[in-house]
Ligand binder design. Structure first.
Ligand SMILES: [Fe+2]
Length: 189
């Protein structure tokens, strides 16, 4: 890890009740914050390419609507991340997010073998929810980091994105029941 000289603004933070001298140094937390920002920016950019493939394989109008809306939000989330980078005085850059790459690969494999219809839709919903849960975990942590670091604007922006991810996840849960029921109806017919 890069060594930095102590600045007046540097503080120690306590985590899980650790004594102050064992807490994390603010410059270390800032490094971690920046690394995770780069990781999620890579993930969002990868999703901008992956979501249209999911839309093209979806049959349910509701699912298409949710994915299309979330694609638009994802573009806005990239812009929001650029503002967060600006607040910490950095240019937006990326580090490959292995977790998101894995989730997108899994989704591509699923889409290769699926015939348009309720079963494929249920698979897309499940893949999209795994992605949302990863993003919710990441933005939740990033928001906490921003709060601890006293980055007010970043905290607000990250919370906005966190709320969008949670809403998208909830919408997917809401339509999952309909899609599964439709699948059952098709099977009985
Ligand atoms: Fe996102």
């Amino acid at each position: 890890m890069q060594m930095k000289s102590r600045k007046q603004s540097d503080k120690y933070f306590k985590f899980n009740g650790n004594p102050v001298d064992k807490g994390m140094h603010s410059s270390q937390l800032m490094e971690l914050f920046e690394e995770q920002l780069k990781d999620i920016l890579w993930a969002e950019k990868a999703l901008i390419k992956a979501i249209p493939k999911m839309i093209s394989q979806a049959a349910s109008d509701d699912l298409i609507l949710i994915l299309t809306g979330h694609l638009k939000e994802t573009n806005e989330q990239v812009t929001r991340l650029a503002k967060v980078f600006k607040e910490i005085g950095k240019k937006p850059s990326t580090i490959k997010c292995d977790a998101m790459e894995g989730l997108i690969t899994e989704t591509s494999v699923l889409l290769e073998d699926c015939e348009k219809g309720p079963k494929c839709d249920a698979g897309i919903i499940s893949a999209a929810q795994k992605i949302e849960h990863y993003e919710i975990a990441t933005y939740g942590t990033l928001r906490e980091f921003a709060e601890t670091l006293g980055l007010k604007e970043a905290e607000k922006l990250l919370l906005e994105t966190l709320d969008e991810e949670k809403t998208a996840d909830q919408k997917l849960t809401d339509i999952a029941v309909d899609v599964v029921n439709m699948g059952a109806a098709v099977k009985q017919a």
